[in-house]
Ligand binder design. Structure first.
Ligand code: AMP
Ligand code: MG
Length: 412
């Protein structure tokens, strides 16, 4: 049994970034940028008015009210060919170039128009409401760094600098299979001794949430031939994920069959609760194989902690491990045994801005309903049997910490 960090290091060391591809920038949200992006323009490309108003010489409006001659109008998208001289002003719109001679813009709200003259009612300082040429970005500046996960703001940056194709990491091809004689499709009513297959679908959904459309290989029976068939197909992908069949039972055959496919197993027990029997191996072609523990919560937690960072590393992420945050524990947490526990919890923020961690009652690694109520995993270190109420607790934020409302707070 090895510590979580060590297992994670082993996984990441063997997840080598895949090749790159060039795609249209407008569809690149969520992808991993594999080049630096450089600006081909100064931004703004001209001294830009930040408001609708009057372009003036600041010294002309020292004494207010100041009456100035309006010598032109500058809508956005035009470029003024005249100068603003002493005693003059130009009507200007937001985003339009400030004409030569003018060094400030007064907002229209602080002006009174009188035919071809304007009365400026309030002073403006030199430079006020004007963004100087190149003040935001200089031609040649790096505006997006290699290794950036592209978000909507990054798409806006690419648009701004005219970078209409982007070199990104290829998404790994992922195959998912469940194992277990007891499994039936969710559309079926389980017969005695059977349960519905949830892991196959939670894994597909977790992949989808990272932007990967995984291939579903269905359910393998707990026989060598059935596992063999599924693993043969799965090794076409870059990453194969299996759930179940990795514990110590007589029919937990996944490791044996992987060995026959010359998968070298680097991890087969982690000091983690839930998720101890996690299996991780590689083929000589560098493909990754995860044998995830079959209990539904274990499957999802081990995906979060190990598979998700591995997939991101394959895309080219340098540091794909989520940071842990800290919150104040609302009620005590227990952890028997010498494994690090990741327990379902709900993080909220109180009136003082303090993060509060509320443990969610759970029956353990089979209790997928309790897990589904969580937005974070609360961590009890391996050397602690309990954390007291009021103590700081570290937590792993699930995606749902940003997406989900608390619908269970008042019981249920
Ligand atoms: P295993 O790791 O195969 O021994 O499975 C551990 C527990 O998880 C058993 O109770 C299984 O019935 C359950 N389990 C295994 N695979 C799935 C699955 N795909 N969906 C739901 N539960 C499963
Ligand atoms: Mg099984």
């Amino acid at each position: 049994m090895i510590p979580v960090e060590q297992a994670l290091r082993i996984v990441l060391d063997r997840a080598k970034p895949l090749s790159t591809e060039e795609i249209d920038f407008s569809g690149a949200t969520g992808r991993l940028l594999r080049e630096d992006v450089v600006s081909d323009v100064d931004m703004p490309p001209f001294p830009r008015s930040a408001v609708d108003g009057y372009a003036v010489r600041a010294q002309d409006v020292r004494q207010i009210p100041a009456r100035l001659d309006v010598v032109g109008t500058i809508p956005a998208g035009t470029f003024p060919t005249f100068r603003v001289e002493a005693g003059q002003a130009a009507s200007i719109m937001t985003g339009a170039p400030v004409p030569e001679g003018a060094d400030a813009v007064q907002m229209v709200e602080h002006c009174r128009v009188d035919r071809d003259r304007v009365e400026v009612l309030t002073q403006v300082d030199e430079g006020q409401n004007v963004a100087p040429l190149g003040s935001e970005v200089r031609l040649g500046d790096v505006v997006l760094k290699e290794g950036t996960r592209l978000d909507p703001a990054a798409i806006a940056v690419a648009a701004t600098v005219g970078k209409t194709t982007l070199v990104v990491g290829r998404k790994p091809r992922v195959a998912v299979a469940a194992t277990g004689n007891e499994l039936v499709h969710p559309s079926q009513k389980p017969a005695p001794g059977q349960i519905r297959n949830s892991n196959g679908f939670s894994l597909l959904a977790q992949c989808a949430a990272t932007g990967i459309e995984a291939t579903y290989l269905g359910v393998a029976l707990d026989t060598e031939s059935s596992l063999d068939e599924v693993i043969t197909k799965g090794l076409d992908a870059d990453v194969l994920m299996l759930s179940g069949g990795v514990s110590m039972g007589r029919f937990d055959l996944v490791e044996d069959v992987l060995a026959r496919h010359r998968v070298r197993v680097h991890v087969d027990a982690v000091a983690l609760k839930p998720g101890k029997p996690l299996v991780f191996g590689t083929t000589d072609k560098g493909k990754l194989v995860f044998g995830l523990p079959g209990n539904p919560v274990s499957t999802m937690v081990t995906f979060e902690l190990f598979v998700r960072p591995a997939l991101a590393r394959l895309e080219g992420a340098e540091n794909p491990v989520r940071p842990l945050y800290r919150a104040k524990l609302l009620t005590e947490l227990l952890n028997r045994g010498n494994r690090r526990a990741y327990l379902p919890g709900w993080i909220s923020v109180d009136d003082e801005g303090q993060s509060i961690a509320r443990p969610i009652p759970t029956r353990g690694s089979g209790d997928i309903v309790a897990f589904s109520k969580s937005n974070a995993l609360l961590i009890v270190p391996e050397d602690r049997e309990r954390l007291e109420a009021g103590e700081p607790v570290r937590y792993y934020a699930l995606d749902s910490s940003l997406l989900k409302e608390d619908r269970w707070r008042n019981g249920g």
